[in-house]
Design a protein around this ligand. Structure first.
Ligand code: MRU
Length: 377
């Protein structure tokens, strides 16, 4: 998407690869919306750390990062010994797969790369196939988001008020996003609508990232506290909900997404408000048989006990004023601990439809339509 910083507008992808430096290039999302900065990782371990530390986050974006990270690890290998190469690749794969547990996209993306690499006969062939496959995953992610936009835009009517949760925007993918794709497509069709962004505590991806994206795209929006959605629904101020997903079960239609999604789905059902989930095909897990088995990331308690933000540093005299701007503020009672599950699972019956690159389906239809949806046995 286009980013305007100062007077300059430029198109950026969230994740790219610098072949000359064998480096994965990422937008440093922890600094947004206060600073727009691109960083590069030097090796696959740094790439995995960038996923764990949430420099890059969001299902499709970490999928592309893992695919590039696997290619980066493959390209760093020296020599032609296939056995040693294969054991090195296993380490790279596992390091990247372990970086974050809930989203399935990194594993699906790396499996694509592994399948392609298997076609090569020499180390050099495998290395170049790995990079081509990672590029293809990234391009496909952007294409899928575009197609989601075309299908999803049909749901948006003039004057609608739409609620979204967390950030399933272009920052969470390579480009365009999933929950936001219908909004961007509807905007380009001249439709006028308003978006409520759930703040999405504890990391506030709605207040920081989605709001920044929508502001960049000049889409009318407001941030609401996570607890405000029920009240707005009760007063008829929300017409539709669109969220993303980190893992959607192809067999059951259950949707894992950022913590708080389930609560919004229950509220939407209570108020008979349509609740849509937008996903690329890489977010579908065809293996797991029940949502209860989805690994739910438990994150550190400091995220709940306080918050990151910027402080007015105009009066601070430090050598590195940019670093001085970002600060963690402890909010909670100093002697209390916290529990911090990062995701929850919404059952199929609370979901009106799943917006995919090939059309909009009822959650329970996914399995019957699996061959159109990229199912591979
Ligand atoms: O913890 P995050 O920021 O990586 O969480 C992922 C998300 O942004 C959301 O769950 C999103 O709605 C789905 S990912 C496109």
């Amino acid at each position: 998407m286009n980013v305007t910083v100062g007077q300059r507008t430029e198109h950026f992808r969230t994740v790219t690869f610098d072949t000359a430096k064998n480096s994965v290039r990422l937008i440093e999302q922890r600094l947004l919306p206060h600073e727009f900065k691109i960083v590069g990782t030097k090796n696959f371990r740094e790439t995995a750390a960038a996923i764990t530390d949430m420099i890059v986050r969001g299902a499709g974006a970490i999928g592309a990062t893992a695919a590039y990270g696997l290619a980066q690890g493959a390209l760093a290998f020296r020599g032609g010994d296939l056995e040693k190469f294969s054991s090195h690749i296993k380490t790279v794969y596992q390091t990247l797969a372990d970086a974050r547990p809930t989203a399935v996209d990194p594993v699906n993306a790396m499996n694509d790369v592994m399948r392609e690499m298997a076609r090569g006969e020499t180390v050099a062939e495998k290395q170049s196939l790995a990079l081509a496959a990672a590029e293809e995953f990234a391009n496909e992610d952007a294409r899928h988001c575009e197609e989601i936009g075309q299908h999803g835009a049909k749901l948006i009517r003039n004057g609608m008020k739409i609620l979204t949760h967390c950030n399933a925007g272009w920052l969470a993918f390579v480009d365009i996003g999933t929950a936001t794709a219908p909004m961007y497509a509807a905007q380009s069709q001249g439709k006028k609508f308003h978006v409520f962004c759930d703040e999405t505590r504890p990391r506030s991806q709605g207040a920081t990232l989605t709001a920044w994206e929508l502001a960049q795209q000049k889409i009318s929006h407001q941030i609401i506290a996570d607890n405000a959605a029920g009240h707005l629904m009760q007063r008829g101020e929300i017409d539709m909900v669109i969220v993303g997903s980190d893992r959607t079960l192809g067999r059951t239609g259950e949707v894992a997404n950022k913590i708080g999604t389930y609560t919004k789905a229950v509220l939407a059902a209570r108020h008979k408000i349509p609740f849509y989930v937008a996903i690329p095909l890489s977010t579908i897990d065809w293996n797991l048989k029940r949502g209860f088995d989805i690994p739910i990331e438990e994150r550190g308690e400091s995220e709940v006990l306080g918050a990151w933000g910027i402080i007015d540093n105009s009066k601070l005299k430090t050598q590195n004023s940019k670093l001085a701007q970002r600060a963690y503020i402890r909010v909670a009672n100093p002697t209390s601990g916290a529990r911090n599950p990062g995701f929850d699972v919404t059952p199929a019956e609370l979901i009106t439809g799943i917006i995919t690159p090939v059309g909009i389906f009822k959650p329970k239809e996914l399995w019957h339509r699996r061959h159109e949806l990229g199912f591979q046995k």
